[in-house]
Design a protein around this ligand. Structure first.
Ligand SMILES: Cc1ncc(COP(=O)(O)O)c(C=O)c1O
Length: 342
């Protein structure tokens, strides 16, 4: 880290003051452990209502854990998961779904991180043949790992296809807030096309809080047991719940996400037109992916923290967070311009 605002990840940001205050407020006296406390009761009821989820909401500690838990609810023992090649479950979870669930990920190359019915259909050819891994779940990410968002129409089309093809839908919503802000829609609209989804708090200003939302009641019975087995049932749950309480209050989650998105937009606009900087994916959420010359990347890295996404392609990821300021962006843009000029 260089001491300047990091553009490496929204995970580099600290905790939103309202979240910290909520944790402090929850720190009064004792409370029953493992989620049988008033904070958890209230927040899970609020999440359930927010998402119009018949199955309920279950708090978890991190996004990888929520992903594995979500998939475990939906998968039968012999089934495989179709996901984008760029999906976090495929690239960044140390093989956790394969190791912990014994499943196979059928990773599909995509243009922009988004699956389509056609791309899914290509992976269904071995169905009914016992020698092939049998796809049972389609896992999508919203917003995607490449900073793009499925439109509501795309989600509906995908869900219709999956329903007709006997495929369940899991959505990794580590950045669902950013997608809801970009699409200007309620969270429930993004959830209705899924069977189970995660809702990320951590990248949105929480200290560490994720929620698993189960859309159908018929899927709920095993979830408490699976969560415990997968070590996602924390004893001092009230502090996880308090974080979501703060994010849900007055829709702080939306303000945080909209701000991060706006800062990414400002950054993309700031470098638009530079001959040496190519934006490689549509900037829709809080990430900007850009191709620069390796020497320009190296020059920037001397002063700034950023993520080299694809070294071979010379693509970097710049990410804004809830606390990225316009001045941070403008200073970064000025240095990008300078570096790209050398
Ligand atoms: C799309 C996506 N899903 C899930 C996660 C979960 O990560 P973690 O297990 O680090 O909380 C991340 C973190 O970067 C992510 O980008």
């Amino acid at each position: 880290m260089t001491g300047r605002k990091s553009f490496g990840s929204d995970n580099h940001a600290g905790v939103h003051p309202a979240v910290l205050r909520a944790i402090m407020d929850a720190n009064s006296g004792d409370a029953v452990a493992y989620g049988a406390d008033a904070w958890t009761g209230q927040v899970t009821a609020d999440l359930r209502e927010t998402f119009r989820a018949d199955g309920g909401a279950f708090l978890a500690l991190n996004g990888s854990g929520a992903n594995v838990l979500g998939l475990s609810i939906l998968l039968r023992r012999h089934e495989a998961v179709i996901c984008a090649e760029s999906a976090h479950i495929n690239t960044d979870e140390c093989g956790a779904p394969e190791r912990l669930l014994g499943t196979k990920l059928l990773a599909v190359p995509t243009a922009d991180g988004k699956l389509t019915p056609d791309l899914i259909a290509e992976r269904l050819s071995g169905r009914g043949d016992e020698h092939f891994a049998q796809p049972g779940v389609v896992a999508i990410t919203q917003s995607t790992e490449l900073g793009t968002c499925y439109t509501l129409a795309e989600l509906r089309k995908l869900a219709d296809f999956c329903r007709a093809s006997d495929l369940r839908v899991f959505l990794d919503g580590a950045r669902l807030a950013n997608a809801a802000a970009y699409l200007d829609c309620p969270l429930a609209d993004l959830a209705e096309c899924t069977d189970v989804l995660s809702f990320g708090g951590t990248k949105n200003g929480a200290m560490g809080a994720e929620a698993l939302i189960v859309m159908r009641q018929g899927l709920t019975a095993d979830v408490p047991y699976l969560r415990k087995q997968q070590t996602q049932l924390t004893s001092k749950m009230r502090f996880v719940a308090a974080q979501f309480g703060a994010l849900l209050h007055d829709d702080l989650w939306r303000a945080n996400a909209a701000h991060a998105n706006a800062m990414a937009r400002r950054l993309a606009d700031g470098v638009a037109g530079l001959a040496e900087v190519e934006i490689v994916y549509p900037v829709q959420a809080n990430a900007v992916f850009a191709r620069l010359r390796p020497r320009h990347i190296a020059a920037l890295q001397r002063e700034w923290t950023l993520h080299v996404w694809d070294e071979r392609e010379s693509v970097v990821r710049w990410m804004a967070a809830f606390d990225t300021s316009p001045a941070d962006v403008d200073a970064f843009v000025a240095d990008i311009r300078m570096a790209a000029d050398t």
